[in-house]
Design a protein around this ligand. Structure first.
Ligand code: GDP
Ligand code: MG
Length: 424
């Protein structure tokens, strides 16, 4: 028998995905998403567990067929027929399985599967199903070229003022409302921008803005920033800043860009270059427009109904409220009351705020959200998963701990055997 995807199996067995994931957690089977595949042994084990559960629950739907044959004995019937001699045999639980597999596979191929699924593993054919999401942008460049000033200008002009009139704290990200839609900016100082563009191997940012001062041109950290953007394979846009200065030399910057293989469009290349001034605001509207155009070409999508995943952007300990972490929602939706797993700890979300400090109940893809409820400050760049209850959260943590230990042990063994090989 070939491998079967988790969501397909869930459908076949008439249980929800979450239920199957809980069983997989309890079996210690690792998975990436509901579109991960399971081998036959695992499928049998799952069916065994479900059979045992339905034996304990008289009203289980799998009993309905048998029950209808003996309507008067509905209470006795389940116990009788759901205690087969070999409860782990796959034919016992779900007769329709074998012939329903092809049809669900066909459904999957035709894009009828909901949820997050397609984001991680499924073929691109399913993409049209998944809604667009706002682009996440990071700003990098040489020191003093105007990164902070540019972000401040955009924040001042494009972020709706907080209703309560409170002070907007620095939370490492903000959302700008533009005529072309929402754009999310990651606002982390200096080198942290490099980690957030590529946290734990996965991109947080979709687009990198490389800021180059028009009076200074390309400097060592400009090259470094370009290299990081290229390594992360995100499209980059060059913002030539400080064009208000009398000594600004935009043409020189463009020529210098060519020498690092970023040929501006007007020179026949494909690098988007936008002259701006963070001081006067000139060109900033154009920059936002180019960001939106680039995002459109990237066709960024994420399913708000899919499995939640996010990345820690920043965290700090607030004397009054405790640990406050900014998490970028990458897919799925996070809700007050959910359990979040990060690193090897978990916490229950007590409150959520948007990046402007307004209380919210839930947040979907491409939303930087402030989370209150972690017991210790998570590390920026850490991946965040969610769980609907404490049990699942604890299981997820223990899977992470086990995985780490296994990796460490394997590393230790390798080291020992290497030492042996080297001899005394
Ligand atoms: P960062 O180190 O890249 O974050 O640079 P900053 O935003 O801190 O800016 C460095 C200096 O350049 C500050 O004194 C800013 O006021 C100034 N600056 C930034 N952008 C502009 C601009 O567009 N025009 C002018 N004239 N000065 C700017
Ligand atoms: Mg700065």
């Amino acid at each position: 028998m070939s491998k079967v995807r988790i969501y397909t199996l869930a459908k076949d067995l008439s249980v929800d995905n979450q239920k199957l994931l809980e069983i997989l957690d309890s079996l210690g089977v690792s998975y990436k998403s509901v579109s991960s595949t399971l081998d036959e042994d695992t499928v049998d084990a799952i069916k065994g567990i479900l059979a045992e559960e339905s034996a304990a629950t008289p009203s289980a739907p799998t009993d309905s067929q048998a029950a209808s044959q003996t309507p008067a004995e509905s209470t006795a019937a389940p116990q009788l027929q759901s205690a087969p001699p070999t409860p782990h045999h796959k034919d016992d639980v779900t007769a329709p399985t074998s012939n329903s597999v092809p049809s669900t596979a066909a459904q999957a191929a035709s894009g009828q599967v909901s949820s997050a699924v397609a984001v991680q593993e499924a073929p691109p054919v399913q993409a049209p199903e998944i809604p667009h999401r706002a682009p996440v942008v990071t700003i990098m460049g040489h020191v003093d070229h105007g990164k902070t000033s540019l972000l401040d200008y955009i924040r001042k002009t494009k972020v709706a003022a907080k209703e309560a009139g409170g002070i907007t704290q620095h939370v490492g990200a903000f959302e700008a409302q533009t005529s072309k839609g929402r754009i999310v900016f990651i606002d982390t100082p200096g080198h942290e921008a490099f980690t957030t563009i590529r946290a734990r191997g996965a991109n947080v940012a979709d687009i990198a803005i490389i800021v180059v001062a028009a009076d200074d041109s390309i400097m060592p950290q400009t090259r470094e920033a370009i290299a990081h953007a290229q390594a992360a394979k995100v499209p980059l846009i060059v913002a030539i800043n400080k064009i208000d200065l009398p000594q600004a030399d935009v043409e020189r910057v463009k020529t210098d860009l060519t020498s690092v293989n970023l040929v501006p469009e007007e020179y026949g290349g494909d690098t988007v270059v936008v002259p701006v001034s963070a001081k006067t605001g000139e060109g900033v509207e154009d920059l936002l427009e180019y960001i939106s155009l680039t995002a459109e070409l990237e066709d960024l999508r994420a399913d708000p109904k899919g499995e939640f995943s996010g990345v820690v952007i920043e965290s700090k300990v607030d004397k009054q409220s405790g640990v406050l972490a900014t998490v970028m929602v990458q897919q799925g939706t996070v809700n007050v009351g959910d359990f979040l797993v990060v690193g090897e700890t978990y916490g229950k979300i007590k409150a959520l705020m948007d990046s402007a400090g307004n209380r919210i109940k839930s947040a979907g893809p491409s939303t930087p959200v402030q989370v209150l409820g972690f017991s210790e400050a998570p590390v920026s760049g850490d991946k965040v998963a969610s769980a609907s209850n404490e049990h699942t959260a604890r299981e997820k943590v223990s899977v992470r701990v086990d995985t780490r230990r296994t990796v460490e042990e394997a590393r230790q063994k390798r080291k020992l055997s290497l030492e042996e090989m080297m001899g005394p």
